[in-house]
Ligand binder design. Structure first.
Ligand SMILES: [Zn+2]
Length: 332
């Protein structure tokens, strides 16, 4: 029985079918999304607070069907007993541990030699941990801004047995976290429900957008990898994030599963200088979206500390409106 027959059997009819498809996709059409957690920047917090944060993040995942994420710690943040113990807990709980460089440098500002050595520098900290996987995430998702540096790094990763930890859903949890921490510091007993609501809406906006883009570029929904960070925002709201995706009809999948999607073995042309998710890049390469009006992050960063700014300047969706024609094989 196909979906239409199934719908008419239920007496839903064409209108009901359209609604049901929009509101809650059938199981075999559900977009899939995995969680990836970057950086492990503890911002100098105490051991007790850091461990509590780590447990809250792990707990949010384990209470959602024992979901397995991918962790991409930055070496300089975990080059101490506390940092290593936090990451080790992720590995022991079955999560993937990847490499996100030691110094979190922006590759275009460094030579290939410097950058590649910095990438290797993190290995001694994590290679003996359970869950260690040779998967590399570029800081700020920058693969290099010249063909030469890009290709040198691609060859280097291949030589060392690494795959790239691509992102398909890029978001700005880091910025909301920054605002949240400032608020907590200024007024410790603040009502934070507005931040939660804002964060959930933001992630849903980003995920919906990138899933739509993925369908345009690839002709299908990719197995998504969401990039978020080990921070206070997710300590408080990761569980709500996972509930939200499930509530919207998306399927939560393990990161290891997500990375099997063939889109992740694409080797697109030159990455733009701005952070981009993989489908966005493919779309830009295929001239499906304009690179103009991409001032979303900067408009946020330039904003002063008025709380209203959080509401009014995020996000700028102008990119969404400029899709052109579908290019042939934009990301092959
Ligand atoms: Zn990072």
């Amino acid at each position: 029985m196909n979906r239409r027959q199934f719908a008419s059997t239920l007496g839903i009819g064409a209108i009901g079918l359209a609604l049901s498809k929009t509101a809650f996709p059938l199981a075999d059409e559900r977009p899939q999304i995995a969680i990836t957690i970057d950086d492990f920047n503890l911002f100098g917090t105490s051991q007790e607070v850091a461990q509590k944060r780590n447990r809250a993040l792990l707990n949010a995942l384990s209470t959602h069907a024992n979901l397995k994420a991918a962790a991409f710690p930055v070496g300089k943040h975990i080059d101490n007993e506390l940092g290593k113990s936090l990451v080790r807990e992720w590995g022991e709980a079955g999560h993937m541990i990847g490499n996100h460089t030691y110094s979190h440098w922006f590759y275009p500002n460094h030579s290939f030699e410097e950058f590649s050595q910095d990438m290797l520098r993190v290995e001694p900290l994590i290679k003996d941990m359970s869950g260690f996987t040779k998967r590399f995430r570029f800081p700020a998702l920058k693969e290099g801004d010249t063909v030469e540096t890009r290709d040198k790094m691609r060859a280097f990763l291949k030589e060392h047995g690494y795959s790239v930890g691509h992102v398909t859903v890029d978001a700005s949890d880091w910025y909301i976290d920054q605002r949240l921490r400032a608020r907590i510091a200024a007024t410790p007993k603040s009502d934070l429900s507005g931040y939660k609501e804002y964060y959930l809406n933001h992630l849903w906006d980003r995920a919906s957008f990138y899933d739509g883009l993925s369908k345009k570029v690839l002709g299908r929904s990719a197995k998504h990898t969401l990039l978020i960070h080990h921070n206070v925002l997710n300590e408080l709201f990761l569980s709500d994030v996972l509930d939200m995706f499930e509530g919207k009809g998306w399927k939560l999948i393990d990161a290891k599963n997500a990375f099997t999607d063939s889109v992740f073995s694409a080797a697109p042309g030159l990455w733009q200088k701005r952070p981009e998710s993989l489908p966005t890049f493919c779309a830009i390469q295929g001239k499906m979206v304009s690179t103009k009006n991409r001032n979303w992050t900067s408009s946020v960063s330039n904003c002063n500390n008025a709380e209203s700014c959080l509401i009014t300047t995020m996000p700028n969706n102008s990119l969404h409106r400029s899709a052109g024609q579908r290019a042939s094989q934009p990301c092959s």
